[in-house]
Design a protein. Sequence first.
Length: 219
Amino acid sequence: MKLLSINLARSLWFCPMQELNPRGKSLYHIIPYLIDKYKFKVFPSEKEVPDENKGIKFEDGEFLTSTNELISINLTIYTDGLVADSRYSTNESDTFLTDLLINLHRDFSFPHFELVIRRIGYVSQLYVSNDKSLELMNQKLKKISEYLSNNVKGFGEILFELGGISFWPDQTNIIKPFTFTFERVLNVAFSENRYYSAAPLQTEKHLELLDMLEGILSE
């Protein structure tokens, strides 16, 4: 698979915010600190009442990566954790959250994040391309699309091809990761072989999985 672009590299760090701020310190003086340090261009106003469902959002910030590249970063603070979004990699989204919480520990005496973070999750969204369509990788799949193309009536001559593959986590779990999907990009010609994929993985693991999927389909 050839990576075309990273649509989202999201890191989700779950922790009870009461434990991150155990003495109930006022957080309003921290907002200017975050704005100044990470150059957020969109941030909550002093009069804004936080919505626990939507979270407290800081958007269009700047963060210097481990390779000295300046990237755009978004931060959302929820009652049960923190979410960092970038379009670079989940590794750098993690690095941003680490930097943020270490600074809050140093400058505002918050507990060290390693003591309060309960679990970490990821959402990776990628656009990729391939030299072959899904069906050319595995000719057995073409039988289904040919049957549909020959038997669907009422639309004139219409071509079907395999549109995507998805793997779901057990839906009976109370806490579950996101679904892994690999599907054609909407409104793009089949011949372009452009695909969108989402996975509950770190960016590099997501790319590894797509290469694994390509290999399995090609067997």
